[in-house]
Design a protein around this ligand. Structure first.
Ligand SMILES: Cc1cc2nc3c(=O)[nH]c(=O)nc-3n(C[C@H](O)[C@H](O)[C@H](O)COP(=O)(O)OP(=O)(O)OC[C@H]3O[C@@H](n4cnc5c(N)ncnc54)[C@H](O)[C@@H]3O)c2cc1C
Ligand SMILES: NC(=O)c1ccc[n+]([C@@H]2O[C@H](COP(=O)([O-])OP(=O)(O)OC[C@H]3O[C@@H](n4cnc5c(N)ncnc54)[C@H](O)[C@@H]3O)[C@@H](O)[C@H]2O)c1
Length: 501
């Protein structure tokens, strides 16, 4: 590293997403006099607004992209540096940014997020969705598209296939049912009719800044304006911005080139065998394209079920990988199997004085039997908050225990315009055959699934306005033996909330 240290901060947090910003807020609240720097590659930061603790572990909040000055005004000892960290030198407790500046730190927290795990890199016809820029790119490409192929069966795919209109969507999933990362076949069966039905008018207020894309300004830069008059040049940097989250799709127009509503064709139990452009096709031995003609589409995707589809582009909604790459060279970080920075029950990595939180890390402490990590906003916030607490506690020599939020997995979201609450081992994760399910379903209204192990509730999936989340959360946390109630537990004529209150 050539340059001299410009400054040494007591604390440096890398990443202006939910985890990083929450970590900064917690640290600066615990030690207001501390010199804190937030170094982030994205021009905006993500702040939590309208936070609501729904129950012991369930929380809801909005997230707003804001100018970093908002945070600096709130915390006078905070310095926000808009640059990407190019290299980290844990032995000398220093780092270098892409604009050649070097900073020292006493304690560091890496909140670098994740990036899309794409089917293939560098293929202009394969899009991943991560941040606002990629969502804008999707909107732009979609506005000219007649047919797209969505690969993947998790959160992004579920949201995208439900929202896209005016364009044919071929949805290719590896599984026998939709939504495998969140749902079992029963819940998928409950949701499927919503794909065929027209979307109800949007009544939910948009929690995210509304963006519209305008044609690139004369300078060639791609600008878009948010409702809140936040103007941002399309970021030319290669660094990703902060990940999207709830209602990301309500801030953009997901409209294809044709009129009309959603048209989704599902291809189950298949994966991508090959993606090729029409140029590649013309220059290679004749391929069996089925009913497709060469040249009708810019790109073709061959699936393992033998079918080939031409389309305008492919969305690779195939998961995230932790964004650790900028921090590894020359250091000895222990990585988890999923590539995340291993953190212990104090959010500490294997490198001294280096913490991590959010999508970039993997929780390697002994988990509570009812908790598992999923790369979600809710967990990014909780981890950022807890990492801030741990960093402050270490400096203040205060004892600290693993926070209660890691006692029970809980997640509130929305899919296919239904409220969805997931609790504990909601899909029987890790239980093998040692569990039983109770299900109550009213078509088009609600789907309630309870996972029981040893007579105790260990997980639940609630779709629709069931109002059961708090009661079930308590039953799981209290480990109450529910054997005596049997199937009566889900008897719709019994007001279970009063019964167990
Ligand atoms: C399309 C989409 C929809 C989603 N919807 C939901 C949802 O409905 N509910 C939910 O709970 N979760 C959702 N998620 C997941 C959620 O967005 C993430 O789990 C969460 O935002 C992760 O927060 P984070 O702070 O760890 O990472 P990020 O938000 O990715 O922030 C990482 C930050 O680090 C910065 N950075 C990266 N590298 C560097 C570097 N070298 N130097 C400096 N800064 C760097 C980035 O610019 C960014 O500011 C969604 C994700 C996507 C992609
Ligand atoms: N409402 C929500 O809670 C919500 C919405 C969107 C995204 N998210 C989160 O954002 C992150 C990114 O979302 P995502 O949908 O990309 O990830 P995901 O983990 O939710 O889903 C990835 C899907 O891709 C499939 N997959 C992986 N590799 C594949 C391959 N080679 N071929 C075919 N399928 C493959 C997986 O089986 C899984 O179904 C995740 O952490 C997700 O939990 C959450």
């Amino acid at each position: 590293m050539a340059n001299r240290k410009e400054k040494t901060f007591r604390f440096i947090i890398i990443g202006g997403g939910i985890a990083g910003v929450t970590c900064v807020e917690q640290l600066s609240s615990q030690i207001p006099s501390a010199d804190v720097a937030l170094i982030t590659a994205s021009p905006h930061i993500k702040t939590v607004t309208n936070y609501r603790q729904v129950s012991k572990t369930l929380e809801e909040f909005d997230v707003e992209e804001q100018a970093s000055s908002v945070l600096e005004e709130k915390f006078p000892n905070l310095t926000v540096i808009h640059s990407a960290v190019k290299s980290l030198h844990t032995r000398s407790h220093s780092l270098e940014t892409t604009d050649g500046r070097v900073f020292g730190y006493e304690k560091l927290c890496i909140c670098g997020g994740g990036r899309p795990k794409l089917l293939t890199q560098e293929n202009p016809y394969v899009l991943g969705i991560r941040d606002t820029d990629s969502a804008q790119e999707l909107q732009k490409r979609l506005s000219k598209a007649k047919r797209i192929v969505v690969v993947g069966n998790g959160g992004i795919a579920l949201e995208l296939v439900y929202e896209v209109e005016g364009c044919e969507v071929i949805w290719a999933v590896k599984d026998k049912a939709i939504g495998n990362t969140f749902f079992d076949a029963g819940a998928a069966q409950f949701l499927i009719p919503s794909l065929e039905a027209a979307k109800p008018e949007k009544d939910t207020p948009c929690k995210r800044p509304r963006y519209t894309t305008e044609e690139p300004a004369p300078g060639g830069s791609h600008t878009f304006t948010a409702d809140r008059n936040a103007r941002r040049q399309g970021s030319s940097s290669t660094e990703a911005g902060s990940a999207l989250g709830p209602d990301w799709h309500e801030g953009i127009v997901l409209q294809g080139s044709e009129q009309g509503t959603r048209r989704v064709s599902l291809e189950y139990q298949c994966e991508v065998e090959k993606i090729f452009t029409s140029e590649e096709l013309l220059n290679s031995p004749p391929q069996t394209l089925g009913h497709e003609n060469v040249g009708s589409w810019p790109v073709y995707i061959k699936l393992t079920n033998g079918k080939t589809f031409g389309c305008d582009f492919v969305v690779s909604a195939t998961g995230v990988v932790p964004n650790t790459e900028p921090f590894l060279h020359g250091n000895n970080f222990a990585l988890a199997d999923d590539g995340g920075l291993q953190v212990d029950d104090h959010m500490m990595t294997s490198e001294p004085d280096v913490y991590a939180a959010g999508d970039v890390c993997t929780a390697c402490w002994e988990h509570s039997p009812m908790w598992q990590q999923m790369r979600l906003w809710t967990q990014a916030r909780q981890m950022g908050w807890y990492a801030g607490r741990c960093m402050a506690a270490q400096v203040l020599s205060e004892p600290i225990e693993l926070d209660f939020c890691f006692e029970l997995f809980s997640h509130i979201t929305k899919f296919f315009n239904y409220k969805v609450v997931l609790l504990g081992k909601f899909n029987g994760q890790g239980l093998g055959s040692d569990h039983e399910l109770l299900v109550r379903c009213t078509k088009g209204l609600e789907y309630v699934k309870v996972v029981l192990s040893g007579g105790r509730m260990v997980g639940a999936v609630l779709i629709g306005e069931t109002d059961l989340e708090e009661t079930f959360e308590n039953l799981i946390l209290n480990e109450m033996d529910l054997t005596p109630y049997g199937e009566e537990l889900l008897n719709p004529n019994i007001d279970i909330e009063d019964y167990f209150d």
